[in-house]
Write a protein that binds this ligand. Structure first.
Ligand code: COS
Length: 383
């Protein structure tokens, strides 16, 4: 749903210009320095990028899902690490509070997340609970007006930068199922919370992950999301359904960027006396990539529109995440191939995207988890 086409077009133009003029020229720098420069983060705050999806009453832009994916198509046209720094405030870090938080929790945290004054991180995965999210072991034991939290969360995006964590922990030790899990807002300065070393990753330099360790960490009982125990797993699943659409849109953006770079290279690079783009074997690769990116774009837009209409898009979001993340993997591979030797050399940046996009098939649910979600929903519908 697009509320005001003119305002949206202005926003998309502004984001597109920011990506072209400020982010693309800094891609190599953030890969080398493994850090998003403070002046760029300040500009992102200025543009409102930390609050794209946060409701207007809390100081965000309150974008609809369709508007948000259109923005993500633009933001995806550069290194994914740039998106990552504000991605969790719009997505998995904040959405638990937006969807299920109490009015007090929303009023306290959302305005600071919308401006980027606070960064929110989503803490679900553990050393022994990844795809099987419901098997998580981090415990939250009630003690008066507090919960005492013990456990370790792993690969937590933006944890080194985070001010708050949306944490999933087991409040009922006797219930090993999903209904024993609750969601909490945990502030980074809580006594007993510490961070592990920043992980060394294959790609997406500039976006950071690390362990978050809770040792008798005391959290006010008022910070349980929604004020009731046992709802945390469902909150996490709803957050992930939505997050998967945003990631899919980012995959579309990266795909379109890689295709543009590949077409330009194919038009300029001369071999056998003519541009390589005139050879049909190169054309086939360009066409296959275009077809897949276009299909992914259409899927994402359709699912986003359905979400705006209030439909349950769990299946569609999983289809989008699976298709768009697998497609961008193939598109990045073809981009390397079209660029030939240059595609393998760091200076051209294509090999960096090739490594960066590999994560899309893994986080916010692997391709295999998307397959499982899609098929289970299909079987449930018929039952
Ligand atoms: N929206 C709302 N509620 C949902 C839901 C969704 N999308 N999916 C599941 N639920 C609810 C179910 O309805 C069920 O509630 P009831 O007990 O009241 O019926 C409850 O949650 C448990 O669901 P289920 O039995 O399906 O849980 P499973 O343990 O079988 O879940 C999957 C399996 C694979 C769906 C889940 O573990 C998952 O999504 N794993 C991937 C996690 C992930 O993406 N990790 C990435 C790291 S986070 S960046």
């Amino acid at each position: 749903m697009i509320r005001d086409q003119e305002i949206l077009s202005q926003l998309l133009d502004t984001i597109s210009r920011f990506v072209r003029e400020r982010l693309v020229p800094n891609e190599e720098r953030i890969a080398e320095e493994d850090c998003i420069p403070a002046e760029i983060v300040a500009e992102m705050k200025e543009l409102g990028l930390f609050g794209l999806s946060i409701p207007e009453e809390y100081g965000g832009l309150g974008l609809t899902m369709e508007e948000e994916v259109l923005c993500a198509f633009e933001i995806g046209q550069t290194s994914p690490a740039f998106r990552s720094i504000f991605g969790t405030n719009n997505g998995i870090g904040s959405q638990g509070i937006i969807m299920d938080g109490t009015p007090e929790q929303k009023a306290h945290y959302l305005p600071k997340l919308a401006t980027g004054e606070m960064i929110a991180s989503f803490a679900l995965t553990e050393p022994n609970a990844g795809s099987d999210a419901a098997s998580l072991r981090t415990s939250a034991r009630r003690d008066g007006d507090h919960y005492v939290i013990n456990g370790t969360k792993r690969f937590i995006t933006n944890a080194p930068e985070a001010s708050i964590f949306t944490l999933m922990a087991r409040t009922n030790p006797d219930d090993k199922s999903a209904s024993g899990i609750s969601a909490f807002i945990v502030e980074k300065d809580s006594p007993g919370l510490s961070l592990g070393k920043i992980d060394k990753k294959m790609g997406q330099k500039g976006a950071h992950t690390c362990d978050v360790i809770f040792e008798d960490c005391r959290v006010p009982a008022a910070n349980i999301i929604g004020g009731i125990e046992g709802m945390g797993f469902k909150t996490a699943m709803k957050v992930l359904d939505r997050g998967r659409l945003h990631i899919s849109a980012t995959c579309v953006g990266v795909s379109e960027r890689l295709i543009r770079d590949s077409v330009r290279y194919a038009a300029e690079r001369i071999q056998f006396g003519k541009p390589i783009g005139e050879f049909q074997l190169i054309q086939a690769m360009l066409a296959d990539s275009k077809m897949e990116a276009y299909a992914a774009r259409c899927m994402v837009l359709d699912a986003a529109r359905r979400k705006d209409l209030g439909e349950n898009i769990s299946t569609e979001a999983a289809c989008c995440k699976m298709f768009a993340s697998e497609a961008v993997g193939r598109i990045a591979d073809r981009a390397v191939q079209v660029h030939g030797g240059a595609g393998y050399i760091t200076d051209y940046g294509i090999e960096r995207f090739y490594r960066d996009v590999r994560l899309f098939r893994i986080y916010e649910g692997t391709t295999q988890i998307q397959q499982l979600v899609i098929a289970r929903n299909m079987l449930r519908e018929i039952a």
